[in-house]
Design a protein around this ligand. Structure first.
Ligand code: ATP
Length: 236
């Protein structure tokens, strides 16, 4: 579904990504793990068109999407749930969710089914439907951000560090729901995480990023038992 082939990204004169190559197969969960500053966020921002790649290197369903406007990329079926959630604090839960659906409503399509699905996956959001974004807990805000991503009906959902700042119990529940979205809705997922254990425990395949380069790749179970991954990322 997604292929990066030698992706180079620069911030001014500084090269943040050095020839990243990876593939995400339709229907799977892929994980990119790596430390702070490894280039995980930059990779996702390049895929969703928020930052430009230098040359043609990003392919979605076989077609190059380099240089395409971010809103066009959303229209192709790629939704990005950014690091830090970026929900709108002054809007209600329902308003935050509706924001992602402008293009469906413009075409006269109903969003009731999408909303019902988000509330089924995250029942607490239904209870908080009329509450303002700022009044939610960190975990609820992350659920809202993922819910907003789902409202865009993505084929590919990009998740940037969904575990950040959340208590372990909340992280476990959230990752269980991410797995459920993949399994039940058939949504392909690319998740980037510093929490390597959680990401690899739900993923089919994984990539280890260091200093803007892929240094290891393999099935999630292979990476879980790899000595470098165990010592550097799993704290063993
Ligand atoms: P984190 O877990 O902190 O989000 P990351 O793996 O997502 O880390 P990136 O945020 O992609 O890493 O950063 C990759 C490199 O690019 C880092 O060296 C970072 O300092 C640099 N970088 C990121 N954003 C910018 C920017 N706007 N301008 C200049 N350099 C940047």
């Amino acid at each position: 579904m997604l292929k990066l082939s030698g992706l180079n990204v620069f911030y001014g004169p500084i090269q943040a990504l050095h020839g990243i190559s990876l593939e995400v197969q339709a229907g799977e969960i892929a994980a990119i793990i790596g430390a702070n500053g490894a280039g995980k966020t930059t990779t996702l921002r390049a895929i969703s068109g928020l930052i430009r790649s230098r040359e043609e290197s990003i392919y979605f369903e076989g077609k190059s999407i380099d240089g395409m406007a971010a809103e066009k990329i959303v229209g192709l079926g790629i939704a990005h749930v950014p690091q830090g959630r970026r929900i709108f604090p002054g809007l209600t839960v329902a308003e935050n969710l509706n924001l992602a659906t402008a293009s469906w409503r413009k075409r006269g399509m109903s969003i009731d089914g999408d909303l019902a699905r988000v509330y089924e996956l995250f029942p607490v959001l239904k209870q908080r439907e009329k509450q303002l974004g700022w009044s939610l807990s960190g975990g609820e805000q992350q659920m809202l951000a993922v819910g907003r991503g789902i409202m865009a009906r993505p084929k590919l959902l990009l998740l940037d560090e969904p575990s950040l700042g959340l208590a372990p119990k909340v992280v476990e529940e959230l990752f269980e729901t991410i797995k459920q979205i993949n399994r039940e809705d058939g949504t392909t997922i690319l998740v980037v995480e510093q929490n390597a254990f959680m990401a690899l425990s739900i993923a089919d395949h994984g990539y280890v990023l260091e200093m803007g380069e892929v240094v290891l790749r393999g099935s999630a179970s292979e990476l879980m038992t790899n000595d470098l991954v165990k010592s550097a990322y799993l704290g063993e």
